[in-house]
Design a protein around this ligand. Structure first.
Ligand SMILES: C[S@@+](CC[C@H](N)C(=O)[O-])C[C@H]1O[C@@H](n2cnc3c(N)ncnc32)[C@H](O)[C@@H]1O
Length: 288
């Protein structure tokens, strides 16, 4: 996967965002966003946290977002401009493709509100200064990054002494949503085996060792399980990795996949249970 897959995915980002938001909210509470003066959201996608952060932040606190997908950067900017122009104008999901396409990435309104967003790869952020941020948040990004050591070294460099990092990654083993999707993909002949293998980060020990190796202290790391609603089974649930497979497959197999998945949803509803997704979350400090 590369930034082009995420460019394409930005078109359905507003759908997926309807679902799990609570990993990030727990993380932000644990980090105490309201005390920070300078916050970075690394791999911010369409900026689903940004309006919330703006409302919670301390006066004059700066918020910066970055993502390596330019389409995501445009979407986040369009949403922020809509919000800044009139927070009561309606839901941010009402952004039109034209709003995104024609967005002014250099609108002075952004800077006036201490908001900055740019296209950048979390593995190398020369645009950002040493010791700049109080908080570095990265929600559902690190597992996608090729050189994770480099990404965490960058985070360490740009955080102030005493600054905090907050990371969330999905965990394969407890992810019923992912397992069910994978099962339906395999049964309809679209793939042969589970495409996502548990990584070293899947357990707390691996994650804690990885972060402490880079100099972080006061590490708190926890698993979190949250529900996914079952109200519809449209493309909300088709993550970009799966989307790429569906786009290339014969219609017959795609129809079979949807039929199988629909049945799985019915089975779950019969138990009065939602699907669930699970994360590994972590916060830590750069020593003062
Ligand atoms: C699952 S989304 C994360 C969403 C966002 N953090 C949120 O809380 O809604 C993953 C995002 O990470 C971005 N991404 C993946 N690898 C990246 C990298 N090396 N540098 C910057 N962004 C990256 C993708 O473009 C995508 O927008």
């Amino acid at each position: 996967m590369n930034h082009h897959s995420w460019d394409a995915y930005s078109k359905s980002y507003l759908n997926i965002q309807k679902n799990p938001a609570s990993f990030q909210l727990s993380l932000m509470n644990m980090l105490r966003f309201e005390e920070a003066e300078d916050i970075l959201d690394a791999g911010c996608a369409g900026g689903q946290l940004h309006q919330y952060i703006l409302q919670q932040r301390k006066k004059n606190c700066k918020l910066t977002g970055c993502d390596y997908s330019i389409e995501m950067v445009k979407l986040a900017t369009a949403r922020m401009l809509k919000f800044l122009n009139n927070p009561l104008q309606g839901g941010i999901s009402e952004i039109s493709p034209q709003d995104v396409e024609n967005v002014d990435l250099n609108s002075p309104l952004l800077e006036q509100n201490n908001y900055k967003i740019f296209q950048g790869d979390v593995q190398s952020l020369p645009q950002l200064n040493n010791n700049q941020f109080d908080i570095y948040i990265s929600n559902m990004v690190l597992h996608l990054v090729e050189n994770k050591d480099q990404a965490i070294q960058e985070a360490f460099r740009i955080l102030k002494p005493g600054g905090k990092i907050g990371i969330v990654i999905p965990v394969v083993s407890g992810n019923l949503m992912m397992h069910t999707l994978t099962k339906c993909f395999i049964e309809s002949g679209l793939i042969k085996e589970m495409p996502f293998k548990p990584t070293d980060f899947e357990n707390r020990e691996g994650m804690i060792n990885f972060i402490s190796k880079h100099g972080f202290k006061d590490i708190v790391c926890w698993n979190q399980t949250i529900p996914f609603d079952l109200f519809d089974i449209d493309d909300n649930y088709i993550f970009p990795q799966f989307r790429e497979i569906l786009d290339k497959a014969p219609k017959e197999q795609v129809d079979q996949f949807y039929a199988l998945f629909k049945q799985e949803v019915q089975n779950r509803l019969a138990l009065n249970l939602p699907f669930t997704v699970e994360s590994m979350s972590l916060i830590a400090k750069k020593p003062s």
